[in-house]
Design a protein around this ligand. Structure first.
Ligand code: ZN
Length: 113
C-alpha cells in the first residue's frame, strides 16, 4: 500500500497520506497548518519496507520446495525466478550465465547411453 509524504514549506511539517485506491487522486494538504502548498516526498520508510518484504518472500523456503539440486533444469528455473524477482540487469545477466553453463553441460547427458 503506497504511502505518500508531503512536505509543507510553511511550517516545515511532514504529512503522510495512505493511498487506499491508487485510482483516486489525493488532495494533499498540510496536516499541521492546513496549507495546500505541499511538496510530494519520496517515502523512504515505504521503499525500505517493500524492499525487505521482497527479500523475505524471495527467501521463502516454499519457493525452493520443487528444487532438485541434481537437475540443472530445476536449478535454472529457480535462478530465473529469482532473477525475475530481482529484476533489471541482474536478472538478465543471471539468466544468460545460467544458459551458458547449461550449454556446456548438455553433451555429457547423451554419452552414457
Ligand atoms: Zn504546514
Amino acid at each position: 500500500m503506497p504511502i505518500y509524504e508531503y512536505y509543507c514549506e510553511a511550517c516545515k511539517g511532514l504529512s503522510s497520506f495512505l493511498l487506499l485506491r491508487t485510482t483516486e487522486p489525493v488532495e494533499p494538504y498540510c496536516k499541521g497548518c492546513g496549507s495546500k502548498e505541499v511538496k510530494r516526498m519520496l517515502s523512504r520508510v515505504t521503499v525500505l519496507k517493500s524492499e525487505e518484504k521482497r527479500m523475505e518472500s524471495m527467501l521463502d523456503p516454499s519457493k525452493f520446495s520443487d528444487l532438485d539440486e541434481n537437475d540443472p533444469r530445476s536449478v535454472e528455473r529457480l535462478m530465473k525466478r529469482m532473477g525475475r524477482e530481482l529484476g533489471g540487469e541482474l536478472g538478465e545477466g543471471l539468466e544468460k550465465s545460467m544458459e551458458e553453463a547449461l550449454d556446456k553441460q548438455q553433451p555429457t547427458a547423451s554419452e552414457d547411453v
